[in-house]
Design a protein around this ligand. Structure first.
Ligand code: SR1
Ligand code: MG
Length: 401
């Protein structure tokens, strides 16, 4: 739907029994409702900010075209929005206040109406502009712990878990997009979709020789791909980069958005993508002016998120009702089970983080953190550092201590 069709659909909805909430937000004068602008951040769907000349409140309408927004020849089932809607509903129950409120989903016209997070910016923009936010790490840890724990085998019965795995497995078209752009293309020498900063021989050489010609690296990538495809640990967001986290830097509130890639997958994929994008923001600080102390602030976020995540997850685990661990079976080995679980999760997370670091330099979806570095030599130097860290994480992630 284009902007005009969106307003017409929303205005048409206001006539139905489901539509009263629209009057409360936009006022009753439907002819005054308008698309204020298209929000340009997303690569997959169209997102519109809807307002009215009669009120100041606004709404977001997210609409799925039958293709990928940034690659219109790439066809993609519009039902993908159903999974984003389901994840938002799920996350609003288990992590209330950490995702925008969903007002309406149209399964026939493929759009979602949701809360507009006024005065929020993306976490990526926060890092580029050098701003801080007090509760960011704790809120992210809470989001991760609650969304991952409550859809895991530690909480659900076998039957409940199989039901969600089966439901979310239908989002396979979007999983295939991830497989292509994160796990395959960056390692393929002749892939036309790849592009990177073109001024640096060092960067070219590193990509050609140390990434795309390294078979040990490729084997490790395929090991992680097998985990991605087979490890149905929890409902994951599956695209949890810093552009998917809205932040109100004054209040510390966050809103996790853009879960169209959601499915039941490895928990470490969410943690890893988040850590990788924070690491990119950290390295990119080298390319901006006067960021020495800010760079330390960014670096500290990763251990802070991990530590708080583990605490939150453990406290939920204590109240677990799942049927995987009968109490009299696990009584004496509970600590060991938990330690082993977190060690594996940390290892997986860093592995997936490595892939994300690599694909953000080489693949089709580069990121604003490095693009914002004005000096191209400095940018390329930062990108080599990102690739080196990514390669290290994929091949030999540091162990938890
Ligand atoms: C064709 S999709 C490329 C990327 O955009 C999305 O935001 C995801 O990060 C995906 O990997
Ligand atoms: Mg997105």
């Amino acid at each position: 739907m284009n902007a005009e069709a969106v307003v017409n659909a929303v205005a048409g909805l206001s006539d139905t029994i489901d539509g009263n909430f629209l009057f409360e937000i936009l006022g009753t004068e439907t002819s005054a409702w308008k698309v204020e602008r298209e929000l340009s951040g997303g690569n997959i769907n169209f997102t519109y900010l809807i307002g009215s000349t009669c009120t100041t409140r606004k709404l977001i309408v997210k609409s799925a075209p039958p293709f990928i927004k940034i690659a219109p020849t790439w066809k993609c089932d519009q039902k993908r929005l159903y999974f984003e809607y389901s994840q938002l509903e799920y996350a609003s129950k288990v992590a209330p206040g950490l995702v925008p409120a969903v007002h309406y989903y149209s399964p026939t016209e493929h759009y979602i109406i949701m809360e507009y997070l006024d005065n929020y910016i993306t976490m990526r923009e926060m890092f580029i502009t050098g701003q801080k936010c007090d509760k960011l790490a704790s809120n992210l840890a809470k989001y991760l712990a609650n969304t991952l724990f409550y859809s895991s085998d530690f909480h659900l019965t076998l039957q409940e878990k199989s039901d969600i795995v089966s439901k979310y497995s239908k989002n396979s078209e979007l999983c295939a997009v991830t497989q292509q752009v994160i796990f395959h293309e960056p390692y393929m020498k002749d892939c036309k979709a790849n592009y990177w900063t073109s001024n640096s021989i060092d960067l070219d050489t590193f990509i050609r020789e140390d990434i795309q010609s390294d078979n040990t690296l490729k084997l490790a990538v395929l090991g992680l791909l097998e985990k991605f495809r087979t490890q149905t640990q929890a409902i994951i967001h599956a695209d949890l980069h810093t552009g998917s986290v809205m932040v109100n830097v004054e209040t510390g509130r966050i809103g996790v958005i853009d879960a169209e890639f959601t499915f039941c997958g490895p928990m470490g994929f969410d943690i890893g993508l988040l850590f990788a994008n924070i690491a990119i923001a950290h390295i990119a600080q080298n390319g901006y002016e006067n960021r020495d102390s800010y760079r330390d602030y960014v670096a500290k976020l990763i251990p802070e998120i991990w530590t708080t995540f583990v605490q939150e997850f453990l406290s939920l685990w204590k109240q677990s009702k799942g049927d995987m661990y009968p109490q009299d079976f696990v009584q004496e080995i509970e600590d060991e089970i938990q330690q082993r679980f977190f060690a594996r999760l940390y290892n997986d997370s860093l592995g997936f983080a490595g892939l994300e670091l690599i694909r953000r330099v080489i693949g089709m979806a580069s990121c604003a953190d490095t693009l914002a570095i004005p000096n191209l030599q400095t940018r390329a130097a930062c990108e080599i550092e990102i690739l080196k860290l990514g390669k290290q994480f994929v091949l030999d992630p540091p162990r938890i201590n």
